[in-house]
Design a binder for this molecule. Structure first.
Ligand SMILES: [Zn+2]
Length: 304
């Protein structure tokens, strides 16, 4: 075995346990899939070796649960799912240069032109006052503005919008929401990054605690540990992350007018290792979490 292969196999065994078949000529090696094993309640693997890795292409796939639970993709994702932060770091060091270059080629998102924090702007500037008044009218406090790095801009494509940035687990900007503070048809304008390829403010999510699924960024300000869907549907990426990482309950908090969307998400999530951990609230028709300032205790709805 080449040295690099040996190091990688050793690292994989640390994460996945002993390997099954290893075809060096094809650069293929298989392991028991941790997700499948967990599904069956087996701690030390299910003995099937369904998880296959190609270490020349740096990809993996579980032939049994890959399509259902997203257990496939670049090897880095495998370390995200099943490894520790340290193991991921070691993998990043040994992964080939070509793959690192590809990571760098991705265009990094920037905050829109003219983005200004309230603390850096003149409180007598009329747009500053208008934007701040709008936030106050929706119950957004100074603490929330600071916590979420909320700002505004009067320039460019996002002019006259409040900007709510979103950061990934490495603290890099991965999205933002632009909300107009004046009445206009296009209340929201967002960057061209597909919203189903990111998790909004993933950096703030604690997967070990109860998670509240909400539709919009404004809803998320009023609940502890929210996951923002940026709409009424749960993306595949959000589903995979919830299924693989969430350890507490998941509470679905769609707007009052989206009860049926909430129910759909309930049934999508309430299975496998999440069974019986899904809760849902039924809000009054014309209300959302932001309107209620997160006071949802009386709206829990039991599904029988
Ligand atoms: Zn599997």
């Amino acid at each position: 075995m080449h040295d690099e292969v040996e190091v990688l196999v050793e690292l994989l065994e640390e994460v996945l346990g002993e390997h099954h078949n290893h075809y060096e000529s094809k650069a293929q090696i298989s392991f028991d899939c941790p997700r499948c094993s967990e599904e069956k309640g087996l701690e030390n693997g299910d003995g099937k070796g369904n998880l296959e890795i190609n270490y020349s292409k740096h990809v993996f796939k579980c032939w049994s649960c890959g399509d259902t639970f997203g257990t496939h993709g670049p090897l880095g994702k495998l370390f995200d799912l099943f490894g520790t932060k340290k193991q991921k770091k070691i993998y990043d060091l040994i992964k080939p240069e070509e793959l690192k270059v590809e990571d760098k080629k991705k265009v990094f998102l920037r905050l829109p032109e003219g983005y200004t924090k309230f603390e850096d702007s003149n409180p007598r500037f009329i747009p500053h006052r208008e934007a701040l008044n709008y936030l106050i009218s929706r119950g957004v406090t100074e603490d929330i503005i600071k916590k979420y790095n909320i700002g505004y801009t009067v320039k460019g494509d996002f002019a006259y919008r409040i900007i709510i940035p979103s950061y990934n687990t490495e603290g890099k900007l991965n999205y933002f929401v632009g909300r107009a503070w004046m009445k206009r048809k296009d209340k929201y304008k967002n960057p061209s990054v597909p919203k189903d390829e990111i998790i909004f403010n993933e950096s703030l999510i604690d997967w070990s605690k109860d998670i509240y699924l909400v539709e919009g960024a404004f809803d998320s300000f009023f609940l502890d540990n929210p996951l923002v869907m940026l709409g009424k549907k749960l993306s595949k990426l959000a589903f995979e992350n919830l299924y693989n990482k969430s350890q507490g309950n998941i509470i679905i908090c769609c707007d009052g007018d989206a009860w049926l969307d909430g129910l759909k998400i309930y049934h999508e999530l309430n299975g496998g290792r999440l069974y019986n951990k899904i809760k849902i609230v039924k809000l009054p028709k014309d209300k959302d979490i932001c309107d209620l300032k997160g006071n949802i205790d009386e709206y829990y709805y039991e599904i029988k």
